[in-house]
Design a protein around this ligand. Structure first.
Ligand SMILES: Nc1ncnc2c1ncn2[C@@H]1O[C@H](COP(=O)(O)OP(=O)(O)OP(=O)(O)O)[C@@H](O)[C@H]1O
Ligand SMILES: [Mg+2]
Length: 249
């Protein structure tokens, strides 16, 4: 059974960083067991991972809408659709990446979206893990494409407002009809542990688990040099924490 891991949280908290490092863990010594999905319309995951993204699902959707009555000769509709969609999968040595890309423009997308959904469900089942890097905020939960997640990681900054926001996201996810195995809170850039007030707040909330990730200056250096985040050294203090989280998946 494919394990679906979804990563959410407000803007700039470290969702893409966390998704990338979990991907690094899951692909260590193993190939092609993970499908990464960049579900943020402002797609940055590919760039972080050092992947050149040629086409997005958003591009395919627009193309299909434009060309649906005007298919190239000698090719069936299904073949055309399969070919187009396949072009939105970036195949890397160790993993595959799908970039969802821009949201829908005006037009009738119901038919196209149902084809795309079936495709994404089918392709997901071929991997051991699917890791979804979501856009900031909660809206993606109501526009959900999947009805089941094994783990929902909610990333937060180490502040009262940050953790309360994470809790609101947890509550919303809980109220929706999505089956979620674990709700795990990840407090990122928690340099010196947590202060008493945050500790107290956490005892009142209902996360299955919570994790603290340290600030790691090595990350900024990778981004400045435009090096894939997958090259973060295994002995960095941030990656050591990711190992602990990854082992429990
Ligand atoms: N633990 C950390 N140590 C140092 N820098 C970090 C850490 N976590 C994230 N960052 C940096 O913070 C910035 C934002 O991280 P990231 O892009 O992962 O956030 P995001 O939640 O995906 O943002 P967005 O909402 O824009 O998608 C990046 O420059 C990243 O390198
Ligand atoms: Mg991001």
């Amino acid at each position: 059974m494919t394990k679906i891991i979804s990563v959410t949280g407000k803007g700039g908290v470290g969702k893409s960083t966390f998704s990338s490092l979990i991907l690094k863990y899951l692909t260590q010594n193993r190939k092609k067991v993970v499908l990464a999905v960049d579900a943020d319309s402002n797609s940055t995951l590919g760039e972080m991972l050092g992947v050149k993204v040629e086409s997005t699902i958003g591009d395919v959707r627009e193309e299909m809408l434009k060309e649906k009555d005007n298919l190239p000769a000698g090719i069936s509709k299904q073949e055309y659709v399969d070919y187009q969609i396949q072009s939105a999968v970036s195949e890397e040595d160790k993993f595959d990446l799908i970039t969802m890309g821009r949201p829908e423009g005006p037009g009738c997308y119901c038919y196209i979206n149902s084809i795309l959904r079936t495709f994404i469900d089918n392709i997901s089942s071929k991997y051991e893990y699917v890791i979804i890097d979501n856009e900031a905020g909660m809206e993606h939960l109501s526009r959900r494409t999947t009805l089941k997640m094994d783990s929902l990681f909610i990333i937060s900054e180490p502040t009262l407002i940050g953790i309360k926001t994470a809790d609101r996201i947890r509550n919303l996810a809980f109220e929706m009809d999505i089956k979620i195995g674990n709700y795990e809170l990840v407090i990122n850039r928690a340099q010196n542990g947590l202060d008493a007030e945050l500790e107290k707040l956490l005892t009142e909330l209902e996360f299955s688990k919570y994790h603290l990730l340290p600030y790691d200056p090595a990350l900024e250096q990778l981004l400045i040099k435009n090096v894939s985040i997958l090259d973060l050294p295994d002995n960095s203090k941030l990656y050591k924490k990711i190992l602990e989280i990854g082992k429990a998946l």
